[in-house]
Write a protein that binds this ligand. Structure first.
Ligand code: C2O
Ligand code: CU
Length: 462
């Protein structure tokens, strides 16, 4: 049986009691955004480690957790960013294929939004799914200090589940008294990145959420951390994967484990345990240093749902690349031989060049952008032929366009659209795309220290 909004409203008291759509009162998830909305970037304080107060946390609006923005696919969205920080900022809408002028990358797509200034963003999200938003300016600090929020785009034809829980997963670099410590160590930036000391989801360590016993719960998980690659597993319940990086999985499959990098998203449908009080745990790094990303506690008497009810989400309107007529673009990720510190800029580099794309290290966001990696012709198809010549994994992210992996030296790949590919050491992968969105689109590692120490470039679509 296909889950339709109607069948679930008819059978699920919980959804009906919460009113229209997916708005779940009092829960991290939020109601549809009022347009236009204000997003005021500011500092606040918050308890992040469970005990001490951390000063200097950054958020938008009241916080400390940035709002979950929830909009409708194909409906205009607008937001005014007001900068009440003491440094320039912007907002990038991660994963959304929107006009270049709205992409939030200083110099390439817009000027800095200085302290006291504002900037109006307006766009119509073409795709439904789980996305997120964050600054693209002094990104390691601003993201590291909390500027990361979920951006959920609903398709009105999405199935309605018995509950929905959004997870904003990230770590913090704090000392034992809850104070921020240096956001990175150069030695680690030149390796797999500098890890946080306190792990949270929705700004809480190992949070517990109540969900209907025996129900089907949509979990939208986004890794907004600047460094950590997560290996997700579920204990105490079964689940199906319905979307990755916002893009629906054509054939939802049973969830076993999945490894995703910073910036990536996972949409699961968890079939809650039947027994009241039973807990299912979404865990990370089970074999090394396990902890619960989130815990789901069954409440009420069982709704007796069946995971077999879960079918594919409606597809997103991504243009198919024409593989018979695609131009191959070689891309090489490497550690750079260049020792000289990169030129500094307010929004730019960390003062080191450790990485390069096609031998050129660039930190992004600087006033003197390098030449594009390649110029793409609008409407034409391309295959990014990317090789990783480093001993580290890199979640490589492209703005403004969706691509799909078609071949990898590491074995079979799922040909699913995405905005990020987590490339293994020594892997070579081919990513196909149609260049249907004009503008300058940044292409970078989403381990922000890598991005900011050279692993950044951009494509120009004209
Ligand atoms: Cu999350 Cu350049 O982006
Ligand atoms: Cu990287």
């Amino acid at each position: 049986m296909r889950i339709t909004r109607r069948s679930f409203l008819r059978t699920s008291g919980l959804v009906a009691a919460c009113g229209a759509g997916l708005g779940l009162a009092g829960r991290y998830g939020g109601a549809l955004a009022e347009a236009p909305m204000d997003l005021t970037a500011r500092r606040t304080s918050a308890v992040l480690d469970g005990s001490s107060l951390t000063e200097g946390v950054m958020t938008w609006n009241e916080g400390p957790l940035p709002p979950v923005i929830r909009v409708r696919q194909g409906a205009p969205f607008s937001a005014r960013l007001v900068n009440a920080l003491d440094e320039p900022t912007t907002i990038h809408w991660h994963g959304l294929r929107i006009p270049n002028a709205m992409d939030g990358v200083p110099f390439l797509t817009q000027p800095y939004v200085y302290e006291g200034d504002s900037f109006d963003y307006a766009f119509t999200p073409p795709d439904a799914g789980t996305f997120w938003y964050h600054p693209h300016c002094n990104t390691l600090t601003q993201l590291g200090h909390g500027l990361a929020g979920l951006f959920i785009v609903e398709n009105p034809d999405d199935p309605v589940f018995d509950d929905e829980i959004a997870l904003n997963i990230r770590d913090w670099r704090l000392d034992g008294k809850g104070r921020f410590i240096a956001q990175f160590k150069p030695r680690d930036a030149a390796r797999s990145g500098t890890f946080g000391t306190v792990r949270t989801t929705n700004w809480t360590p190992e949070p517990i959420y109540d969900a209907p016993a025996g129900g089907l719960v949509r979990v939208r998980a986004a890794i907004t951390d600047v460094t950590r690659i997560c290996r997700f597993e579920l204990e105490g319940a079964d689940a199906k994967v319905i979307a990755i990086d916002g893009y629906p999985v054509p054939d939802p499959f049973a969830f076993d484990e999945i490894t995703l990098g910073p910036g990536q998203r996972l949409d699961l449908v968890v079939r809650m345990p039947d027994e009241e009080g039973a807990i299912a745990r979404l865990i990370n790094e089970r074999t090394t240093s396990p902890y619960a990303i989130a815990q789901f506690r069954a409440v009420g008497s069982s709704l007796n749902r069946d995971l077999r009810e879960v079918t594919a989400l409606p597809d997103n309107p991504v243009a198919e690349p024409d593989l018979d007529d695609a131009t191959v673009l070689p891309l090489e990720l490497s550690a750079t031989a260049e020792e000289a510190p990169a030129k500094g800029s307010i929004c730019g580099s960390l003062g080191y060049n450790f990485w390069a794309i096609n031998k050129v290290p660039w930190s992004g966001d600087s006033a003197d952008p390098h030449e594009p990696l390649y110029e793409l012709k609008q409407g034409r198809s391309y295959v990014l032929d990317m090789v990783n010549r480093t001993p580290h994994l890199h979640p490589i992210h492209l703005h403004g366009l969706a691509f799909k992996p078609i071949r990898s030296s590491d074995g079979p790949v799922a040909p699913r659209y995405t905005d990020t590919y987590l490339i293994n050491p020594d892997e070579r992968v081919q990513l196909a795309l149609k260049a249907d969105n004009p503008g300058d689109w940044v292409f970078h590692c989403h381990i922000i220290e890598h991005q900011k120490t050279g692993m950044t470039g951009f494509f120009r679509v004209v």
